[in-house]
Write a new protein. Structure first.
Length: 269
């Protein structure tokens, strides 16, 4: 009993600490604007805050923009990165290790270093106010996802490749029929990270996209104000709750594939 208490009491404590901001956002989203900062709990639940959050931000329109952009980017990145990771893990060639080292080096390059050059490049190519910059980024893959897939595919036994080659399968067929169907955990993990990066990004959409084509994160940044320009904090918190709901649903959906991959040890019989 004592040993279990020593183990679970600190875990429970830190779980409560991490849950406090979530609790504060939920409670604040149900307060009146006049109660913000004056009391911990609302005197009456203000559910209209959520309706106002949807109306002021034109929530459905900009959420659809974010969903299309995030989903397209994540899908392309996962496919490209899986192919590149498969090549690094299962095929030998001159300069393979050096190229993989270059991919790892890209992980330490700060995003802000690329910010201005990328904007100048896309502006000169006439690709601003479109989703083409994200498509081009996705076609280049993600260093993190490439590393993840490379490490995952490297654990597959070589006998799988040998058996498939005896049956006449080429590298692409081996990838599509053996490696990709058994890469559920790596696909789910990389898809979650790539989706979150675009969904939660503010800087690039604010710089590259105009008002109607921008994402929900940019729209919410300046939507929740009264006619005098004063911020509506309680409505903002309601918008934040609605903003994270798609992320929770996406994570819950992708988590099944991670668990399934762990249970089956990454390989199907």
């Amino acid at each position: 009993m004592t040993r279990a208490a020593v183990r679970y009491v600190p875990v429970s404590f830190f779980a409560v600490v991490f849950a406090l901001p979530i609790f504060w956002v939920l409670v604040t989203s149900l307060k009146r604007q006049s109660e913000f900062g004056s009391s911990l709990f609302p005197t009456q639940l203000e559910w209209p805050n959520y309706q106002l959050a949807v109306v002021l931000a034109d929530f459905m329109h900009f959420a659809l923009n974010s969903l299309v952009l995030s989903g397209s980017y994540a899908t392309i990145v996962v496919i490209v990165s899986a192919l590149v990771g498969y090549g690094f893990a299962r095929h030998r060639g001159p300069g393979r290790n050096q190229l993989f080292g270059l991919v790892l080096a890209l992980l330490i390059v700060p995003t802000f270093v690329q910010f201005v050059p990328q904007f100048v490049l896309f502006a000169r190519l006439g690709l601003t106010n479109s989703y083409w910059p994200w498509i081009l980024w996705a076609l280049g893959g993600s260093p993190f996802a490439i590393f993840l897939f490379r490490q995952f595919f490297a654990t597959f036994p070589r006998e799988l490749d040998d058996a498939a080659e005896v049956d006449g399968a080429g590298p692409l067929r081996i990838f599509l029929q053996i490696y990709l169907p058994n890469a559920g955990p790596a696909i789910a993990a990389s898809a979650i990270f790539m989706f979150l990066w675009v969904w939660g990004d503010y800087l690039y959409p604010a710089l590259l996209l105009h008002q109607d084509n921008t994402t929900l994160a940019v729209r919410m940044a300046n939507a929740y104000v009264d006619p005098h320009g004063n911020p509506l904090q309680t409505v903002t918190m309601a918008g934040v709750v609605l903003y994270v709901m798609p992320l929770i649903l996406f994570f819950a959906f992708a988590q099944r594939f991670i668990v399934r991959g762990i249970v089956t040890t990454g390989l199907k019989g």
